[in-house]
Design a protein around this ligand. Structure first.
Ligand code: 5AD
Length: 345
């Protein structure tokens, strides 16, 4: 029996099987996995796809991750930060755009202290209580995470990037530690956030064993959301000449993650569309059920480049989202404009 068939039947694989699948999969495996991933997604979420409005609030970052286009040492970046009133007014566009969640994402920018972020969150929630707020602002203290949760933040995205210590160290400077990352993830969960973990596929020096470790970490940690996209080289980084991750492998892994964690929310990430125009739709066929349209103001959006080739949408947000909804409906999905909470218990 193929390993992909075993995965489909049992919903689980051990490390050795994962490594074997990752190193030898073919088109038939992708078909088998796609079918089961869709089946399992259906069991929890039906045909619904959830949209999140992504607001990129700042491209300042105190970290120096080797892969990331907005790393501190990059001189190629025109830095910006949105002030708090601007963040609130942009976030409040979400309901009329048909988006039930806003994701406030940025580099690790200490300018946004707890007081500032709490004010922003309270203001958004006070004026549009129906919006779910997701934060994607990196590592912060337990006290900070607590304050932001009390202020009304619902969810937090923080990818582990690589659970394998040796590999994590090859992607980050010495001062950044996988232990800190994992501690943050556990703290966020304890506090009561819906938590998103995840990793890049095809990041430099990543082995199939590393990927297997990350897949197993996700299974063990039990996040509510999982962000997985291909690594894409970024100008001004030590990895700028490195090869991009593979679309097929990213798709395979999305399917495996859906089958092993059927109740998670799984975005078809922007990086997937950056790699191929069909990337996002292919992601949905592998069990993804979230899309995150960008709602950052134009001027700043073009400066928020984690990697090369971020899709440049010409349409206004409203038109873009309308076209996206029409496209998804044509593919047979139902677009859910609600909060889209995770069904992971
Ligand atoms: N390619 C793909 N994804 C990247 N990220 C950062 N840099 C890159 C890159 N060069 C991802 C990281 C981070 C998320 C916000 O974006 O995994 O967690």
């Amino acid at each position: 029996m193929r390993i992909s068939e075993k995965l489909s039947r049992s919903g689980n694989l051990d490390k050795k099987e994962l490594v074997e699948l990752l190193s030898s999969f073919d088109g038939k495996d992708l078909e088998i996995i796609s079918e089961e991933a869709i089946e399992r997604r259906k069991r929890f979420y039906g045909d619904r796809i959830f949209l999140r409005g992504l607001l990129e609030i700042s491209n300042y970052c105190k970290n120096d991750c080797y892969y990331c286009g907005i790393r501190r040492s990059s001189t190629c970046v025109k830095r910006y930060r949105l002030d708090k009133e601007k963040i609130v007014s942009e976030a409040l566009r979400a309901p009329s755009l048909g988006l039930g969640t806003v994701v406030l994402q940025g580099g690790e920018d200490p300018w946004y202290d707890d007081e500032t972020l709490s004010w922003i969150i309270r203001e958004i929630k006070g004026r549009a209580p129906e919006i779910a707020i997701t934060l994607s602002l990196g590592e912060r203290s337990k006290e900070s995470y607590e304050k932001l949760f009390e202020s009304g933040a619902d969810r937090y995205l923080l990818r582990q990037e690589s659970i394998t210590r040796k590999h994590y160290r090859m992607l980050h400077p010495e001062s950044q530690k996988i232990e800190d990352r994992v501690r943050c993830l556990m703290t966020l969960k304890e506090i009561g956030y819906q938590v998103g973990a995840g990793f890049m596929v095809g990041s430099p020096f990543q082995s199939d064993e590393d990927i297997a470790n990350d897949i197993l970490f996700i299974k063990h940690f039990g996040p509510h959301m999982v962000g997985i996209g291909p690594f894409i080289h970024a100008e001004g980084t030590p990895f700028e000449k490195m090869a991009d991750g593979s679309l097929e492998k990213t798709l395979l892994i999305l399917g495996v993650v859906r089958i092993m964690n059927p109740a998670v929310l799984l975005p078809a990430t922007t990086a997937l569309s950056a790699l191929s125009p069909e990337g996002r739709d292919e992601g949905l066929k592998m069990g993804a059920n979230v899309i995150m349209p960008n709602i950052t103001p134009r001027k700043e959006r073009k400066e928020y480049n984690l990697y090369e080739g971020k899709p440049d949408v010409k349409l206004e947000d409203e038109e873009h989202i309308k076209a996206l909804v029409r496209h998804l409906e044509k593919l047979g999905y139902k677009v859910d404009g609600g909060r889209g909470d995770s069904l992971v218990g």
